[in-house]
Design a binder for this molecule. Structure first.
Ligand code: MG
Length: 254
């Protein structure tokens, strides 16, 4: 079911967006060569406690998961791109790190992700992050009242295809509200003018993610982390936005 939020409810969702943005900003300041993924998770957990927020991940236990997620961040490194379960791993020079974070404040969720390279960056990694970032911007720009979900999907896909990337549509954007995942699904590829009409008060996460030379994923033995089928690297950029009569409002802007 698709729920539309009133102007007052969107105002109530702003603190969650602010908090998620602030946590990611802090994590980007800290993430560096020599930092362990478990330290990043612990830092985010401390910020959750200090804010009185709720993690959307720690108790997350979908049917495909062997056990609850148990951490508050997704940290996906190099050939991992989504759902990376934080593990005892120290970041190395040139690692491509994607951090995905969702939390609730006052009962409202926001969800956002960002990719960076720590230490010395390979140009092709910077290019992949840049493509994902521009795809996110294009998707947000297409999120206008009167357009449809397919317009967002097509705008994302156009950026990826222009850079020669293929797209996996198994995982994409989604409605956000009292819970992390709601309708509608917002795929990273689709046809303009198709799908659910974008109405004022629709709040969605838009989240392009791409791999350098494949669109095939496999699940790591940890049961969560999704890795590229060919070992190439991935990037993932995500914001939660509200569709309004005055255009898209990015709730998780950093
Ligand atoms: Mg997310």
């Amino acid at each position: 079911m698709i729920e539309l939020r009133t102007h007052a409810e969107i105002e109530q969702m702003k603190p969650a967006g602010r908090f998620v943005a602030d946590v990611l900003t802090r994590l980007l300041e800290v993430a560096d060569v020599g930092v362990n993924l478990l330290e990043l998770d612990a830092l985010a957990h401390a910020m959750i406690r200090a804010r009185g927020a709720q993690s959307c991940y720690i108790d997350y236990h979908p049917s495909f998961g062997a056990m609850p997620f148990g951490k508050v961040l997704c940290t996906s490194v190099n050939d991992a791109v989504l759902h990376g379960l934080p593990r005892d791993y120290t970041l190395q020079d040139g690692d491509l790190l994607s951090v995905d974070f969702a939390a609730a404040v006052d009962g409202w969720v926001s969800d956002s992700a960002v990719s960076v390279v720590v230490g010395t960056a390979a140009q092709q990694d910077l290019d992949l992050i840049d493509t994902a970032s521009r795809a996110l911007d294009a998707g947000i720009a297409a999120a206008q009242v009167g357009a449809r979900v397919g317009d967002i999907s097509a705008a994302i896909a156009a950026v990826a295809h222009a850079d020669g990337l293929s797209i996996n549509t198994d995982f994409g954007g989604h409605g956000v509200g009292r819970t992390m995942h709601g309708d509608p699904h917002v795929p990273n590829n689709g046809r303009p003018g198709r799908g659910y009409p974008l109405k004022p008060g629709l709040v969605i996460a838009i989240e392009p993610w791409f791999l350098q030379t494949t669109d095939v994923l496999y699940t790591d033995p940890d049961g969560w982390t999704l890795r590229s089928g060919d070992g190439s690297r991935g990037a993932h950029m995500e914001h939660t936005i509200a569709i309004t009569d005055r255009g898209p409002l990015v709730l998780t802007a950093r």
